[in-house]
Ligand binder design. Sequence first.
Ligand code: VGL
Ligand code: ZN
Length: 201
Amino acid sequence: MKALIIVDIQNDFLPGGALEVPEGDHIIPLVNQMQKKFPLVAATQDWHPAGHGSFASVHEGKKPFDKTTLEGLEQILWPDHCVRGTEGAAFAEDLCMNSVEAIFRKGLDPLIDSYSGFFDNGKKKTTGLADYLRGKGVQQVYICGLAADVCVAFTTLDAIGEGFETFLIEDATRPIDQKGFEKMKAEIQRKGGNVIQSSSI
Ligand code: VGL
Ligand code: ZN
């Protein structure tokens, strides 16, 4: 069985949001449409406590997109975004959530970031997504959402690592940084993942 994973289509990642992804809103009609082709749809939600360690604002003298080390891991510092319970952390208003069976939240631990929907960045804790999908009999995982070069790419790599036949739907995602996305796409393909267009589903 195949499943669609909708990654982080939240207000803060849309144009005008705290960590806006250019054209992030353009994918929403397609994502709504695609859901009809999948017997199982799940979503992830970036869900940080205020003052999360990935926020530049909590690091003296740092600004967004600077790099630092967080508990021994390299960390890009972001603008404050997706603070749990805020409007910025809510799903995009135009995103259809009626068919989404489960929502996996991530980024709750203030000391570690969590790009992938499967694990935190140190692979210390699982969100339960892989076991959930296996429990449902899923073998093929299709991934869309925001941002292509960050949470979508890391979710895709972990889906491959968890043994799913994995498809990144390129026209149903947008990157913060196009060059970074090109690199991640190459890695995804090198590891056995597929980068496809929605028209081939
Ligand atoms: C994301 C940076 C920080 C994403 C989340 O959803 O791609 N990017 N937190
Ligand atoms: Zn985040």
